[in-house]
Write a protein that binds this ligand. Structure first.
Ligand SMILES: *[C@@H]1O[C@H](CO)[C@@H](O)[C@H](O)[C@H]1NC(C)=O
Length: 120
């Protein structure tokens, strides 16, 4: 009898368990070209969106990933990021990439992030 109760309760709990559905919400717009000037713009995901009528092909373009970078540094590698900072049109699209150049002899991509202040 105890076993039957246990099985019945177990089945009821298993059937009553809530099913979880999770996904990213659909984007509200096709693109959101990031700009720094909030004038005439909408704030989405931490960046201001350029007025879509003012978006240009250049907002979705980056050139120079084909150019090998200088790897003469202590770790023998150079990371070239391409994200919303380089291509404003990538804002809210969840897309980014990097080019990593390694020195021919022992270039490493270390786990330790080295921040180099910009030259002024
Ligand atoms: C690469 O960087 C090193 C160190 O900054 C520099 O001495 C060298 O001239 C650079 N090489 C090129 C091809 O720019």
């Amino acid at each position: 009898m105890k076993t039957a109760h246990f099985i019945l309760i177990f089945c009821l709990l298993a059937l009553a368990s809530p099913f979880a559905y999770a996904s990213d919400p659909s984007p509200l717009q096709d693109f959101c070209v990031a700009i720094n000037d909030p004038k005439d713009a909408v704030f989405v995901n931490g960046k201001f969106c350029k007025d879509p009528k003012l978006a240009r092909a250049q907002d979705f373009y980056y050139s120079g990933l084909n150019i090998p970078r200088n790897t003469s540094n202590p770790v023998g590698s150079t990371v070239t990021p391409v994200n919303v900072a380089q291509i404003p049109g990538l804002n809210t699209l969840g897309i980014s990439l990097v080019r990593i150049d390694y020195a021919p002899n022992g270039g490493l991509n270390p786990l330790i992030l080295t921040l180099v202040p910009p030259k002024s």
